[in-house]
Write a protein that binds this ligand. Structure first.
Ligand code: SF4
Length: 442
């Protein structure tokens, strides 16, 4: 065809593989040799009368949908919504606190991890609390705990996990604390070994706690004995307790999520699949498998390079996930010896700890600290909830001076061990504080 010649009807009707008309003079040939679509010839669809149905956005939705472009038929939902976020953070849902932080205001932590006791009825071989001065019989008194819960609601804490230090169910006030927290608008959760859980309070905690996680790092009687240093029979008793809670939750439609957490160490690599199968059998909502946190002195002797040996079993365990049961490894920290969004070769991808004002930790004796690994370091002690009002602690000078001390004088690569609780937050806040050039060109 000559340069100024009009295309023939048969040439105009030429279509590409998607059914669209193609250009006759596209300028030059593409590397693929494929015809170029005549965009101007596409029919403009009239706006739809009805709003598309977005109900498929519910968890687990996966739509197929046509691959032909320019149909404008609405989202086809090919990415199931993430049900839990074990291996990341949720700071984007608390931007009001981030803005308060950027403005230099005083504000309450979004979340607190809180020990309720400083002793335990098992002796797990990986237990970090052992390096935090455990002392038999020490716990936060009931009155002080309930006063603290009221204060936490008043100052604006959004959630409290009864996690860390000793076993929370050894403090009889844990159940009333959960009930009160629901009333004052603070979400609660608990990580427990479950062996002494008071089933007479099962309805209270299933109704008022957001989630309960059982610390279980073995999937057999023998493994339980070896890892948790408790009687093998306790493994079977624990599974029955969990099974009962699952049944009550289902019968009464309680919203509480029930899960298991495995702390991964080379000694229990052989238990990964057994535990994943046991979790499916008892009917929990999830099994999360995490790295083992070590101290800054390496007292637990965790060699992160050894985690590579567990990779195949972890993937096999994750493959047991269904719509009702999620099995997930915390890869970002398990792979700290490799390259993940927060670590490279065991080194954090941020240099300053900014996260402690957002996520605080309280020891089982009531001491308030910026983070669990700093329990017992008096320089960083912010107050004690058994002696002072938590509201006054958070609004006081000492509390903010400690956060500033952390930000200014802590070398996260030297003073802190791998895998601390604030890691994900720190990376997010570090990125916020260290913008690249030209941020307006989003
Ligand atoms: S980075 Fe260090 S100071 Fe900051 S929370 Fe983690 S362990 Fe604590």
């Amino acid at each position: 065809m000559k340069k100024d010649q009009e295309p023939t009807a048969s040439q105009t009707a030429q279509k590409n593989q998607g059914g669209a008309a193609v250009m006759q003079r596209p300028g030059h040939k593409l590397r693929s040799g494929a015809p170029v679509v005549e965009r101007a010839a596409l029919q403009a669809s009239p706006p739809m009368d009805e709003t598309p149905d977005f109900s498929q956005l519910e968890p687990g939705a996966t739509g197929g949908g046509s691959s032909v472009p320019n149909q404008f038929s609405g989202p086809s939902f090919r990415n199931p919504r993430e049900r839990f976020r074990f291996d990341g953070h949720k700071m984007v849902y608390h931007l009001d606190r981030v803005l308060a932080w950027q403005r230099g205001e005083r504000f309450a932590p979004v979340h607190i991890d809180m020990g309720l006791t400083k002793f335990c009825n098992t002796a797990c071989v990986y237990c970090y609390a052992v390096v935090q001065n455990m002392s038999r019989g020490t716990m936060i008194e009931g009155d002080a705990l309930l006063r603290f819960i009221e204060d936490a609601g008043r100052v604006g804490v959004r959630s409290i996990g009864f996690i860390g230090d000793g076993e929370p169910t050894l403090n009889p006030a844990v159940y009333d604390a959960a009930v009160l927290a629901r009333k004052v608008g603070v979400d609660t959760s608990m990580a427990t070994n479950g062996l002494l859980l008071d089933m007479n309070r099962a309805h209270d905690i299933l109704r008022d706690m957001s989630w309960i996680r059982f610390n279980l790092s073995a999937g057999s009687k023998e493994g339980f004995q070896r890892i948790h240093q408790s009687k093998g029979e306790n493994y079977l008793a624990l599974l029955e307790t969990i099974r009962s809670l699952v049944a009550i939750k289902k019968q009464y439609h309680y919203p509480c999520t029930l899960g298991l957490q495995m702390v991964l160490i080379p000694e229990n690599f052989d238990q990964i699949l057994l535990l994943a199968e046991a979790g499916a059998d008892v009917g929990v909502d999830y099994l999360v498998i995490k790295h083992c946190s070590d101290s800054e002195y390496g007292e637990l002797g965790i060699d992160y390079s050894l985690y590579a040996k567990a990779e195949a079993d972890l993937k096999r365990a994750e493959a047991l996930s269904t719509a009702e049961y999620v099995v997930q490894a915390k890869w970002n920290k398990i792979n700290a010896a490799g390259d993940t969004p927060i670590y490279r070769d065991g080194v954090r991808k941020y240099d300053i700890c900014y996260g402690t004002p957002f996520l605080s930790q309280i020891s089982g004796n009531g001491d308030v600290y910026p983070c669990g690994p700093f329990y017992g370091k008096k320089r960083f002690l912010m107050g004690n909830i058994q002696k002072e009002s938590y509201y006054d602690i958070v609004m006081g000078d000492r509390y903010w001076a400690v956060h500033e001390d952390i930000r200014t004088w802590v070398d996260v690569h030297k003073d802190c061990a791998i895998g601390c609780r604030q890691d994900y937050l720190n990376k997010f806040l570090w990125d916020l504080k260290s913008p690249p050039e030209h941020v307006n060109f989003i």
